[in-house]
Design a protein. Structure first.
Lengths: 572, 283
C-alpha cells in the first residue's frame, strides 16, 4: 500500500492546500452550529476534513472548541497547530494563541481589548444582532477561505430550513454582511486552493456511520440509556426509525437496554446497544447472558476517560482490556476498533454479520474523538450490501434442539413463534434442547461447543493494516481511532528520510499472530502508540505472542492522539 | 382444540408441598382456556425456584438473568407482537433485583403478563428475607428481624395506574387460573401477584395462614374505580383481598410504534431506496 504524500501547506499561488481552523467559544454560543455548517460547506466544495470536537460537560458557558482540519488532498488526522483561530469569546484567544502558527490569523470581536499582530478584529455588533453573530463569523471565515458563496449560503439554508422565512432571510443577510465586510477589510492569506477532482462526498461522524451501518445491516431494535459520547448513535437512528421500520427505545437503565436487545434478538429482530464505559459496566452481566443463550447482539462502547465518571466529554482508549474480558465465564467474541469513519460503517456491518453467524455478543470499540469527528466520506456502495437475516424461521425435522452440538459449535437458530417448534434458551447450563441441567458431562460438551465458535471467529479475523517501508527502522503499532494520526506521523518522519512503517489494528480480538509477527520481528525498533496510560494493546500482544514492545507513546490527558503528540514523544 | 396434555407433565426440582405446583396447574388451565398453542407462547423468567416453572411445561422459553425478565420480555414482544408473552418469576426477581424494570414495564404498558410467585422469602438461596417479607420477619440473615417495611406491589401498580393489577392465592387454583386468563386477555401490562407458601423457609406465612386470610373481592367490586382500588391495595391483615384489583385502559406500548401496526420486526427487508435517501441526507 502506498501512503499519501506529506501535505504541502503553501502551494505556489499562495493559496493553502491544507489548513487547521479552530473555532472556540462558550457552550450556547452556537459554535457547533457554525462548525457544522462550515464543515458541510467545505465537504460540499470537495474538500477533505477531519473535525475534532472538544467540549466541557455543561450546557452553557465553559470553553468548547470545534476544529476543522481541511485539505485539498485527503486529510486523515487532526492537528494541534492552528492556522485560523475563530474566537467567539476572549478565552479562546487566551487559551489557544500558543497553538497559532507564525503565519496564523485570529478572528475576534472588534470590541475586544486584545491587541496585537495577526488579529482580524471584526465589528460583529455592526454586522448583526448578538444572537446572529455566529453567522456573521461564518461569513467572515468563509470569505477568508475563499469559499464559493453560493455553496455557503445554500448549506446555511439547508441547515436551518426555510420554514421560518424571517429567520432564513436574516441568516442570509448576516452571512452576506460578514462576507462583505471581510472582502473590504480582510486578508487573502488563508485562501484555500481550488479542488480539481471534485467527487461527491458525505459528511458523517463516527457515530453517524455506526448508525447508518447498523441500518444497512438490518437493525430492528436499538435500546439505549443516554451516555456521552455514545448518545448521538441513538439520535441518528431515532430520526430514521419510522421510515426504516425499526424501534428505538430509551430504556430505564443500561441493564434493561442490553436485556431488551437480547429479548428482541431472541425473537428475531437484529439488535444493537451503545454506551460508554460506565454504562457498559452495567451491561456486562447481559453480555454473558447473550453468550450463554447464544443470542446475537452488537455492543458499541464509545470510550471516554475513566475510572468512574472520569472526564465525561473527552476521549481515551482505556477500555480495551475491559471489553476483552467483560462477562463472567469463557466465551468467544470479536472486538472491532474502527480507525476511520468509513471503518465505523463497514465494521458495524461486520459485527452484525458475525453476531448472527456465531450467535453471540460482538463489539465495536470507539471513542469520543472518532464518535464526534466529522469526515468527508465517499458515498458507500450500497448495491451489494445485504442485511443480516435473524435465525431461520422454518422448523427442521423434530425434535428441534436449539443448542444441538455441532462440529462448528454453531447450532441451528430457529425463532420462537414461527412454526410449531419450541425454542428454549437458558442462562443456566442447559441440554441440547435448552433446558436447565446439572449433568456435568453435558456441561463439558456445552463449554466446548461454545468455544468452538471462537475458531470460526478467529478464521475470519481481519489482519492489521500495514503501511510504509517493508524493512522499517521504526514500526509504529496502534489501534482504533488513532489510525490517521499514526500514519501521518510516519509520513512526516519518512519525509525526513527515516524508514518508518505502521501496523494498525482495526480488530483487536481475536489476535492472529501469523498475520503480523513478521512485521514486528523485522523492524529495528517497535513503538506502540495508545490513548491510555498503561499500553493495553502492547500488553495484549505480549500475552498472545510473547513479543515485548518496549517503547510506548501514550496519551491519557483526555485529548486525541495527534501527529504532533506522537512526534513530540518520539523525539523526547 | 388445545388440551392440558399439550403442555406436558414434567418432573420438577421443587420441594414437596411447594405452592409452585398449584401455580403451574393454574397456568396450564389458563393456557388451555385461552386456547393458546405451546408455540404461540413465550415464557420469560429470571432466577429462583419460581423462575424454573417455564421449564415444566411446553412453550418457547427464555430463562434469563435474575431480575431481568421484564426487559427481555419487552424486547421479544416488540420484535414479535404475535407472541403471547408471560413473565414468570419470584418476588425477589421482580420486586428486588428487577424493581426498576417493574416500574418501567408499568409505565410502558407493554402487553406482557407478569406472574409473580410471592412467598415473602428467598427460597433458592435458602431463606433470606425478600422485598415482601413482613417487618420483623426473622431469618438467618436477618436474626434481629427484617428492619425494612415490606414492598406493596399492588399499591405501587395501582398508584401507577397499571394496565391490570390482580392478586391471587396458590391455594385457590381455579380462581388463580381465571386471573391469569384475564391477564393474558388484557391488552397491556398485567401484574398478577400470587401469594404462596414456602414450605421450607417461611414458617409464618404458611398455607393455613394465607387460606384463613385470602378472600375474593365482593361481587360488584369495580376495578375501574381507581380510588376504590387504592383503598383495597392497602388491605393486608386479617383479611387479604384477592381478585382483579384494578383495570386501566391505556394504549398498549407496542401500539405506539408504526412498524408494528403492519406486522412484526422479524424478517423485514431493508428498503434500498430509503437507505440511499438516508445516505444522501448526509451529503
Amino acid at each position: 500500500m502506498s501512503r499519501e504524500e506529506p501535505m504541502k501547506n503553501h502551494s505556489d499561488n499562495k493559496t493553502r492546500r491544507m489548513l487547521n481552523i479552530l473555532i472556540g467559544g462558550e457552550a450556547g454560543q452556537g459554535l457547533v452550529t457554525v462548525g457544522q455548517i462550515l464543515a458541510k460547506a467545505l465537504v460540499r466544495g470537495g474538500y477533505s476534513i477531519v473535525v475534532t470536537q472538544s467540549y466541557q460537560s455543561r450546557i452553557r458557558g465553559g470553553h468548547n472548541t470545534f476544529a476543522i482540519r481541511v485539505g485539498v488532498d485527503e486529510v486523515i488526522a487532526p492537528r494541534e497547530s492552528v492556522d485560523l483561530l475563530v474566537a467567539l469569546d476572549r478565552d479562546t484567544v487566551t487559551l489557544h494563541s500558543k497553538d497559532l502558527l507564525p503565519d496564523g490569523l485570529v478572528v475576534l470581536d472588534g470590541a475586544s481589548e486584545i491587541d496585537g499582530d495577526s488579529l482580524l478584529k471584526v465589528p460583529f455588533k455592526e454586522l448583526a444582532q448578538e444572537r446572529f453573530s455566529n453567522i456573521a463569523a461564518l461569513g467572515v471565515v468563509s470569505s477568508l477561505l475563499g469559499l464559493d458563496q453560493g455553496t455557503m449560503a445554500g448549506t446555511l439554508d439547508d441547515f436551518f430550513g426555510k420554514k421560518d422565512a424571517t429567520l432564513a432571510a436574516e441568516n442570509d443577510r448576516v452571512l452576506a454582511a460578514g462576507v462583505g465586510w471581510t472582502t473590504r477589510h480582510g486578508t487573502s492569506s488563508h485562501k484555500l486552493s481550488a479542488v480539481s477532482d471534485h467527487h461527491k462526498r458525505l459528511m458523517m461522524n463516527g457515530n453517524e456511520a455506526i448508525a447508518f451501518g447498523a441500518l444497512s445491516a438490518g437493525l430492528r431494535l436499538y435500546s439505549f440509556y443516554p451516555m456521552t459520547p455514545s448518545t448521538s448513535i441513538g439520535l441518528a437512528l431515532a430520526g430514521q426509525a419510522k421510515r426504516m421500520g425499526l424501534i428505538v427505545e430509551q430504556a430505564e437503565d443500561e441493564i434493561a437496554a442490553i436485556n431488551m436487545a437480547i429479548g428482541a434478538s431472541f425473537a428475531g429482530a437484529p439488535s444493537m446497544v451503545a454506551t460508554s464505559g460506565g454504562g457498559f459496566a452495567l451491561m456486562v452481566e447481559g453480555v454473558s447472558l447473550a453468550a450463554m443463550t447464544e443470542t446475537p447482539v452488537v455492543v458499541v462502547v464509545a470510550q471516554r476517560p475513566a475510572p468512574a465518571t472520569g472526564l465525561p466529554t473527552r476521549t481515551e482508549q482505556a477500555d480495551l482490556e475491559f471489553v476483552l474480558h467483560a462477562g463472567h465465564g469463557e466465551f468467544p467474541r470479536a472486538i472491532f476498533t474502527p480507525g476511520s469513519v468509513e471503518e465505523c460503517f463497514h465494521l458495524t456491518r461486520k459485527a452484525f454479520e458475525l453476531a448472527e453467524r456465531y450467535q453471540g455478543p460482538m463489539f465495536l470499540l470507539t471513542d469520543q474523538f472518532l464518535a464526534d469527528s466529522y469526515r468527508a466520506v465517499r458515498p458507500f456502495e450500497l448495491e451489494d450490501l445485504t442485511p443480516v437475516r435473524a435465525g431461520k424461521d422454518v422448523a427442521e425435522s423434530p425434535p428441534y434442539q436449539r443448542f444441538a452440538i455441532t462440529e462448528s459449535g454453531i447450532s441451528p437458530r430457529l425463532l420462537p413463534g414461527m412454526a410449531e417448534h419450541l425454542v428454549v434458551a437458558d442462562s443456566d447450563e442447559h441440554t441440547q434442547d435448552g433446558h436447565i441441567t446439572e449433568d456435568l458431562s453435558m456441561r463439558r460438551q456445552m463449554v466446548e461447543k461454545r468455544l468452538r465458535k471462537g475458531e470460526g471467529i478467529r478464521a475470519e479475523a481481519m489482519p492489521p493494516d500495514v503501511v510504509g517501508d517493508p524493512n522499517p527502522g521504526l514500526l509504529l503499532v496502534s489501534w482504533g481511532s488513532s489510525k490517521g494520526a499514526v500514519q501521518e506521523a510516519a509520513s512526516l518522519m519518512e519525509s525526513k528520510g527515516e524508514r518508518v512503517a505502521t501496523l494498525h489494528f482495526s480488530q483487536v480480538w481475536p489476535l492472529v499472530p501469523d498475520q503480523f509477527m513478521s512485521h514486528l520481528e523485522s523492524a529495528r525498533q517497535v513503538v506502540s502508540v495508545e490513548g491510555n496510560a498503561s499500553g493495553q494493546l502492547t500488553r495484549l500482544i505480549r500475552r498472545e505472542t510473547g513479543f515485548d514492545i518496549k517503547k510506548k507513546v501514550l496519551r491519557y490527558d483526555g485529548l486525541p492522539v495527534t501527529p504532533e503528540s506522537i512526534l513530540g514523544e518520539l523525539n523526547r | 382444540m388445545v388440551t392440558i396434555d399439550d403442555y406436558g407433565d414434567y418432573e420438577t426440582a421443587w420441594c414437596p408441598g411447594c405452592g409452585n405446583f398449584s401455580i403451574l396447574k393454574a397456568v396450564k388451565q389458563a393456557l388451555v382456556a385461552s386456547n393458546l398453542k405451546p408455540h404461540e407462547l413465550l415464557f420469560v423468567s429470571g432466577i429462583g425456584q419460581a423462575a424454573k416453572a417455564p421449564h415444566y411445561l411446553n412453550a418457547n422459553v427464555f430463562n434469563g438473568l435474575h431480575g431481568r425478565s421484564l426487559p427481555v420480555a419487552t424486547g421479544a414482544k416488540l420484535a414479535n407482537p404475535n407472541l403471547t408473552v408471560i413473565v414468570e418469576s419470584g418476588d425477589g426477581c421482580n420486586y428486588g433485583e428487577g424493581g426498576n424494570h417493574l416500574l418501567a414495564a408499568i409505565r410502558r404498558n407493554i402487553d406482557v403478563t407478569l406472574l409473580v410467585h410471592n412467598n415473602q422469602v428467598y427460597g433458592l438461596t435458602k431463606g433470606q428475607a425478600s422485598p415482601t417479607s413482613a417487618e420483623g420477619f426473622v431469618t438467618k440473615a436477618q436474626p434481629q428481624g427484617v428492619p425494612s417495611a415490606p414492598f406493596n406491589p399492588i399499591a405501587v401498580a395501582v398508584a401507577m395506574k397499571a394496565g391490570l393489577v390482580a392478586r391471587g392465592f396458590a391455594g385457590m387454583t381455579d380462581h388463580l387460573s381465571e386471573l391469569i386468563q384475564q391477564g393474558i386477555a388484557h391488552r397491556g401490562f398485567a401484574l398478577i401477584d400470587v401469594l404462596q407458601p414456602c414450605v421450607s423457609f417461611n414458617k409464618v406465612n404458611t398455607f393455613g395462614w394465607y387460606k384463613e386470610r385470602c378472600k375474593t373481592l365482593p361481587p360488584g367490586y369495580d376495578p375501574t374505580d381507581w380510588e376504590g382500588a387504592m383503598k383495597v391495595a392497602f388491605e393486608w391483615g386479617d383479611k387479604i383481598p384477592i381478585g382483579i384489583v384494578y383495570r386501566g385502559n391505556r394504549l398498549a406500548f407496542e401500539e405506539h410504534f408504526p412498524p408494528l401496526r403492519e406486522g412484526t420486526l422479524v424478517g423485514l427487508d431493508v428498503d434500498p431506496v430509503i437507505l440511499k435517501k438516508i445516505m444522501n441526507g448526509y451529503g
